[in-house]
Ligand binder design. Structure first.
Ligand SMILES: Nc1nc2c(c(=O)[nH]1)N[C@H]1C(S)=C(S)[C@@H](COP(=O)(O)O)O[C@H]1N2
Ligand SMILES: [Mo]
Length: 197
């Protein structure tokens, strides 16, 4: 009888100890977790830091026959399109920019120059990532660019309202999106072509 009481007491004691230990761990873990930065936070960069993000050329790479490096000058030698009334609207609904006139080259023309490596006409499952030097990115599909009106309204811009673009030298923009902010990539660095595995 005594042994039973003793064992029972021991069981209760152990249970409490274990509960306390796990609780302690929980508390420790939350204390160790660093405060996560809000991913949609707008960080104000110093002029010097934002200059570091500027690229004088963009690279077209990945699943292409002819990887390219394009500057504003090389874009000017391609088929330049005048775009009117381009509004950049954030996902929040805020109007960020209202360009009366802009100049750019169709992403489709750039990708045709680089020539996506396709194995026959059924090989169409590619995606295209436009990436900036701050690692902001936007994604397009092959079908959107080559078999959809979106392809006729997606550009690499180099001029806005008669002036060079701000925040880098080239911006990728899709004029067909409902909110144009998300696929407006400034500090453009690379256009990467990937095949769906
Ligand atoms: N490289 C880069 N491009 C970017 C962003 C960014 O943080 N980095 N922000 C995007 C967002 S959320 C919007 S709404 C538009 C306009 O942003 P702005 O207000 O910073 O000009 O650009 C987009 N392009
Ligand atoms: Mo935004």
């Amino acid at each position: 009888m005594k042994t039973k009481t003793y064992l029972f007491a021991l069981f209760i004691a152990l249970t409490f100890t274990m509960c306390n230990t796990s609780k302690k761990e929980d508390v420790d873990q939350t204390e160790k977790t660093p405060k996560v930065k809000e991913s949609d936070e707008h960080i104000a960069l110093s002029p010097a830091d934002s200059l570091k993000l500027v690229n004088h050329q963009i690279e077209i790479k990945g699943e292409v026959e002819f990887p390219l490096q394009l500057t504003v000058d090389s874009l000017r030698k391609m088929k330049v399109v005048d775009i009117n009334n381009l509004k950049i609207v954030c996902q929040s609904g805020a109007v960020k920019k209202d360009d009366k006139t802009s100049k750019g080259v169709l992403l489709k023309d750039i990708l045709e120059k680089a020539k996506i490596k396709q194995n026959g006409h059924k090989d169409r499952n590619f995606y295209i990532v436009a990436r900036a030097s701050d690692d902001y990115k936007a994604t397009f599909s092959w079908a959107e660019i080559f078999n959809n009106p979106t392809g006729e309204n997606t550009y690499v811009l180099f001029e806005e309202n008669g002036k060079p673009v701000k925040n880098g030298e080239m911006i990728l923009i899709c004029g067909n999106d409902i909110k144009t902010g998300p696929r407006h990539v400034y500090w453009l660095k690379t256009i990467e072509v990937y095949k769906v595995k």
